[in-house]
Design a protein around this ligand. Structure first.
Ligand code: 5GP
Length: 142
């Protein structure tokens, strides 16, 4: 497996070199909105440690990130009145991974509503700001 590339987009977001719509942060994890959401509220949860994907992350960091995924998924259900939540995670190009910093997708779902195809459209910044605000409020209340 190739080495971790510190210039990947999510590493730049973690270092504050690129903007993001933050949903949650603690000492080991960061959550922010996907710019091309497959449904409103589509969030990405990442470790702060330099892990390429599930195959090289430490089990401690993975356990911590899994806890944050659950926290955000619960908040997403409340904030978006979701009937369900889809969690996705891809490893290496053959596994569907495009950005090579470990991330979990959290996608709030409505009964009978299909997800948009991957990378179909960039969401408006105002909509992302509103969705991040709703998620952060649900997290604060949890
Ligand atoms: P994956 O690697 O799991 O296949 O997909 C990477 C995800 O990152 C995609 O859902 C894509 O929309 C999202 N993405 C790509 N570039 C950016 C970016 O600059 N900012 C944010 N917030 N998301 C991004």
């Amino acid at each position: 497996m190739p080495a971790y590339d510190p210039n990947n987009i999510f590493a730049k977001i973690l270092r504050g070199e690129l903007p993001s719509h933050k949903v949650y942060e603690d000492e080991r994890a960061f959550a922010f909105l996907d710019i091309m959401p497959r449904a409103p509220g589509h969030t990405l949860v990442i470790p702060k440690s330099p892990a390429r994907n599930l195959l090289d992350v430490s089990s401690d960091d993975l356990a911590h990130v899994a806890g944050v995924v659950q926290k955000v998924a619960r908040a997403a259900r409340t904030a978006f009145d979701a009937d369900g939540v889809t969690i996705q995670q891809f490893n290496e190009s053959a596994g569907g991974q495009v950005v090579f910093h470990l991330h979990f997708h959290i996608i709030p779902r409505k009964e009978g509503v299909a997800m948009k195809p991957p990378a179909s459209a960039k969401e408006k910044p105002e909509a992302l700001a509103e969705h991040a605000r709703k998620l952060a409020a649900a997290l604060a209340a949890s």
